[in-house]
Design a protein around this ligand. Structure first.
Ligand code: SAM
Length: 414
């Protein structure tokens, strides 16, 4: 995409970067993080942060923004028109970031220089005089899928959570200091609203804690405390490896992705925790059977919609089906790596039954040597279905919610 003349207003480069990011996410299927890496090159950290925030606000509200735009147009605007994206960004800044109308206009119009400038100016001037819809909305296909699977209350809860940036959850390696800010919802956990710069929080340099959504902290809690050797089979960037190491297990952290393993090593170094780090595929991993294997499997990530709203556009049925195939292969590959009587913990940050309930039921049909051990109730999280944790959007809804998640504990008969 050509870069507009960005010297007109100091706020334009951040908006131009947001435009490039949205194009990369919605047309080239990139994640926001991937898109941010190449779209924000050369920007100051604060401009890069602003570009990311604008793109995120658009993705949280896209269906409502389009409805508002379509109602304000006399002639329909093409779905992929640049003017539509500029209008979406302008409305998202007004609604989600409270940017003043004059600042929005001054930075939006240069993006359509030599194009439909008058149209964009007219539509925005008109819309800024009206009440704009404040909420967020799931794409229609996702809302329908989740309503069919989980019911309308879960869709409503998801849309409510999506409208706000989520609180920050921290997991602690040891006892949480009494004077540490925030609210504790589980042992070893603190939740902070508007945490700001995490590196400025007490204990960052000492590595006593790391950022981890509370739902993502559940699977490692299923590994029995007496499991000596534990394989974290899809380990990077290491949230669960750190939990397991902090709980005293002897952990092998395996992952196929070298750069993500680099982040895992950095995390271990910062927290001073120990694990054997192995780069490789679970399918090729050969070792003495472990007391427990944790598979935090790659998935559609649809449960992370609050922090990564682009998953709502990327987690299409084809992607879900492909990831379910990968997960089945990983589960099968783990079977010989679990000792008799040992544990296999399976988890995904997905709200799709194909990556959770259905996956496990079909594994149990293929492997009669395994059985489900019901998960316990800890804090507000209790077992559902056949005895797993199915974490839905209504979970913790009065205290800021959490990621959608699935986790279960399988035991190999001894
Ligand atoms: C959901 S992420 C894991 C997150 C991690 N457990 C944590 O808590 O930070 C899934 C990981 O699986 C890894 N992965 C995917 N296929 C794999 C395979 N066949 N063998 C090993 N790792 C794999 C990916 O590289 C990715 O890092």
């Amino acid at each position: 995409m050509p870069r507009p003349s960005e010297d007109q207003n100091p706020g334009v480069p951040a908006r131009a970067a947001a435009l490039r990011m949205l194009d990369a996410v919605l047309r080239r299927d990139e994640t926001l993080d991937q898109a941010a890496r190449h779209s924000t090159k050369g920007l100051s950290p604060s401009d890069a942060g602003l570009a990311l925030a604008i793109a995120g606000e658009v993705l949280r509200r896209l269906p409502l923004l389009d409805l508002t735009i379509d109602r304000a147009m006399r002639l329909p605007l093409a779905e992929d028109a640049k003017a539509r994206m500029v209008l979406r960004m302008a409305l998202a800044q007004r609604i989600g970031l409270d940017t003043p109308p004059h600042a929005i206009l001054a930075t939006a119009l240069p993006l359509v220089e030599g194009g439909p400038r008058r149209l964009v100016h007219g539509v925005l001037s008109n819309l800024f005089k009206r009440d704009l819809p404040q909420g967020a909305a799931l794409p229609e296909t996702v809302a329908k899928r989740w309503e069919d699977t989980w019911g309308g209350a879960e869709v409503k809860a998801a849309e409510k959570l999506l409208a706000h940036r989520p609180p920050l959850d921290l997991s602690f390696a040891g006892v949480v200091p009494d004077d540490f800010p925030g609210t504790s919802l589980l042992p070893g956990h603190r939740r902070l609203e508007d945490a700001g710069d995490v590196t400025a929080l007490p204990g960052f340099a000492e590595g006593g804690w790391w950022v981890q959504d509370i739902a993502a902290s559940l699977p490692a809690r299923l590994v029995p405390s007496d499991a000596a050797r534990v394989l974290d089979a899809c380990a990077a960037p290491g949230g669960k490896t750190m939990q397991l190491a902090a709980a005293g297990h002897q952990v092998t952290a395996l992952d196929r992705n070298r750069s993500r393993l680099g982040r895992l090593r950095d995390n271990l170094e910062r927290t001073g925790l120990q694990a054997e780090v192995v780069e490789g595929m679970l399918e090729d991993h050969r070792a003495e059977p472990y007391d427990a294997v944790l598979i935090d499997a790659p998935c559609s990530s649809s449960g992370t919609y609050r922090r990564h709203p682009e998953v709502l556009y990327r987690a299409r049925p084809r992607v879900i089906a492909d990831m379910a195939d990968v997960q089945a292969r990983l589960l099968d590959a783990a079977v010989p790596l679990v000792r008799d009587g040992g544990s296999l913990v399976y988890a995904t940050c997905s709200l799709e039954p194909e990556e959770g309930e259905l996956q496990v039921r079909s594994f149990l049909k293929r492997h009669s040597e395994f059985m489900l051990r019901p998960v316990p109730t800890i804090g507000d999280f209790g077992p559902s279905g056949d005895g797993w944790w199915r974490i839905l959007p209504t979970a913790l809804k009065n205290v800021g919610g959490c990621d959608g998640f699935f986790a279960c504990h399988l035991v190999k008969r001894g």
